[in-house]
Design a binder for this molecule. Sequence first.
Ligand SMILES: NC(=O)c1ccc[n+]([C@@H]2O[C@H](COP(=O)([O-])OP(=O)(O)OC[C@H]3O[C@@H](n4cnc5c(N)ncnc54)[C@H](OP(=O)(O)O)[C@@H]3O)[C@@H](O)[C@H]2O)c1
Length: 286
Amino acid sequence: MTQPKAETIKLNSGIEMTMEGIGTFLFTPDEAQASCEDALKDGYRLIDTANAYVNEKAVGRAMKKSGLPREEIFLETKLWPSFYEKEDEVDQTLERLGTDYIDLMLLHQPAGNWKAGWRQLEKGFKEGKIKAIGISNFNKEQIEELLDFAEIKPAVLQMELHPYNQEPEFKVWLKEQGIVPQAWYPLGHGDHKLIDEPVFTRLAKKYGKSNVQIILRWHVQDGNVVIPGSKNPAHILSNFDIWDFKLDDDEMKEIAALNQNKHYYISTPELLAKYVEMVPDVDGQK
Ligand SMILES: NC(=O)c1ccc[n+]([C@@H]2O[C@H](COP(=O)([O-])OP(=O)(O)OC[C@H]3O[C@@H](n4cnc5c(N)ncnc54)[C@H](OP(=O)(O)O)[C@@H]3O)[C@@H](O)[C@H]2O)c1
C-alpha cells in the first residue's frame, strides 16, 4: 500500500516546504545523525538544525548517508547572534553542512545587530546559497521593524507553538504578511501534562492514533509547520504517520479551547544580551 503523501506549503520565495520535519535541538552530533538518518528513511524530507546546536556537520553526514538526492531534502538552519556581523558565516555554515545551498536560513534570535544578520541572509539569498530566509523568536513589533528595513521579506517565523500556546491573533497577522508559522516545542518539549490531555486520549482512540499524532495533526491543520524532536526511532516513525486522517471542525475547536498562553521558554533582554556574547564552538564539533 502506498503511504499518503506528506502535505506541503508554498513559501513566499516560491519553494515548497513539507509541513513536518525533524528537530535536532539539544542533540549531540551522534544523536542528531541517528535521528536524521531515521527520519529520512521514514519519509521525512525536512531537517531543522542551527549553528548553536553544534550538530550541523552530523546533519550533513546524515543527508549524505541517506543516499537521497540533495534536492529532495529541505534543509533548514539558523544564524546565531554572535555571527550576525561575521561576513562569511553563511559560507562557513554551508561548509559544515557539506552542501552548496540551504533551503531555509533563519535569524535565530532578535538579539544584537540582527539587521546585519538579515543583510547577511539577504546576500546569501541573492547569491543563490539560501532559497528562503526567515526569523525565529521575533515578536510582532520586531517583525514590523524588519519589514520596514528588509529588501527581502521573511518567509517563515519559527516560534513557540503548541496546544497551550496557540497565538491565534498573531497567526492571522502573520498570514496577512505572507509569513508561515513554524512550531518549535510542538509537543511542549515532551510535557506529559500536555500530551496526556483527555481530549487527545479520546481522539487518539477514535482515530486509532497516539496522543502525539493527534497533536501533530492538529498543528498541521491549524497551519503550523512542525518539527518535533525525538531520539526514539519508534517515535520518529509514528510521528510522521499523520497524513491519513483529518480532525473535524468541532475537534479542532475543542483543541483550540486548551489555549492558555503558556510559554515553556520566556525570552528576556538579559537572555538576548547573553546570546550575543555566546559563541558556539562550531569548529570543534564532530
Ligand atoms: N528556534 C528556536 O529558538 C527553537 C527552540 C526550541 C526548539 N527548536 C526546534 O524545535 C524542535 C522541537 O523542539 P523540542 O525537540 O525541544 O521539543 P518537542 O518536539 O516539543 O518535544 C520533544 C520531546 O518530546 C518527546 N517525544 C517526541 N515524540 C514523542 C512521541 N511520539 N511520544 C512521546 N514523546 C515524544 C521527545 O522524547 P523522545 O526523544 O523520547 O522521543 C522529546 O523529549 C527542536 O528540535 C528544534 O529543532 C527551535
